[in-house]
Design a protein around this ligand. Structure first.
Ligand code: C5P
Length: 297
């Protein structure tokens, strides 16, 4: 018998992103706030209890080979780790732009882990080490909502849900390589004196509303993709609200107090030829206060 499960796999933005320095494992220590938003890919999982452990993935717009897709890697890692012998066929319909700093691939991987865990009866808390192996942003999507990310961005600390506001997400037609951005950042950090390397505890809730609210990757991304600097300048002429970049780019977000303001900005952005979306925050009912386990434990 086939069991079918549908899931929406949501995007994220980084409300704030500081780079604190580089790590021996080649990654960078971050201090960031993730916000899950309702821009989503759609996933359908069909499970068969056939003792075969087969994985199939259908994705009409996959940017890479099947074996390189994070969804496939997540399913393979799960079946191996928990010695499962059921098969899963996964259909993925992409709506989240790729290479935009919106975490689409990481979200798809986390949704896959969660779907397989629910089918197999595995506690969500057991997914954390798997998520960390798959990529720095995957852990956040096991929990979603609003959360602070430390370490590589995979030490997830819950935050109270932020109220109100909607986001206009603007996606210039540029595919940013996160690895390339962090590599360029590493070179620029290495060239600086130690006291210039950002260290310490920068976050305070007030920063979310202040001018200091910042993304340390922005200048590095703009150095590699100058068309994004121009896009930001163009967007800043359309609105008095701050225009901010998510993750390593290329997407920008503009926080608006309500839908009608958002719609006005979206229309202006559309007239400039940009793809844009209005997104709301996604809330998840999870505990707050310390590093999270998962929702079902
Ligand atoms: O983990 P993930 O595959 O998403 O990371 C993509 C790239 O970004 C990696 O090449 C990694 O070196 C870099 N990165 C980093 N520091 C982080 C997160 C990612 O250097 N905290």
């Amino acid at each position: 018998m086939v069991k079918v499960v549908e899931k929406y796999s949501y995007a994220k933005i980084n409300l704030y992103l500081r780079v604190l320095g580089h790590r021996e494992d080649g990654y960078h220590n971050l201090d960031t706030i993730f916000q899950e938003i309702d821009l989503a890919d759609h996933m359908v999982f069909s499970f068969t209890n056939d003792q075969l452990s087969l994985i199939s993935l259908i994705c009409e717009a996959s940017p890479c080979a099947l074996e390189d897709n994070l969804v496939y890697k997540a399913a393979k890692l799960f079946l191996k780790t928990f010695a499962c012998n059921f098969s899963v066929a996964i259909q993925l319909s992409k709506h989240i732009p790729v290479g935009a700093g919106l975490g689409g691939g990481s979200s798809n991987a986390a949704s896959t882990l969660l779907a397989l865990a629910d089918y197999a009866g595995v506690a969500h808390a057991q997914l954390i080490p798997l998520a960390k192996r798959l990529g720095a942003d995957v852990s956040f999507f096991l929990f979603g909502g609003t959360a602070r990310g430390e370490g590589r961005g995979d030490k997830i600390l819950p935050m109270p849900s932020l109220q109100g506001f909607e986001y206009v997400i603007v996606c210039p037609d540029v595919h940013v390589s996160t690895a390339k951005v962090f590599r360029a950042l590493k070179e620029s950090l290495t060239q600086k004196a130690n006291h210039d390397i950002k260290q310490g505890n920068f976050f305070s809730p007030k920063l979310l509303e202040s001018e200091e609210f910042t993304n340390d990757l922005e200048e590095v991304t703009f150095g590699l993709y100058p068309e994004l600097r121009k896009a930001k300048q163009q967007l800043e002429k359309l609105t008095s609200y701050p225009v901010r970049m998510s993750g390593s780019g290329a997407a920008f977000f503009i926080e608006c107090p309500n839908s009608s303001e958002g719609q006005k900005i979206l229309d202006l952005v559309g007239h400039q030829g940009y793809v844009g979306f209005i997104s709301k925050r996604v809330f998840r009912n999870v505990g707050e206060g310390k590093e999270r386990g998962c929702g079902n434990n």
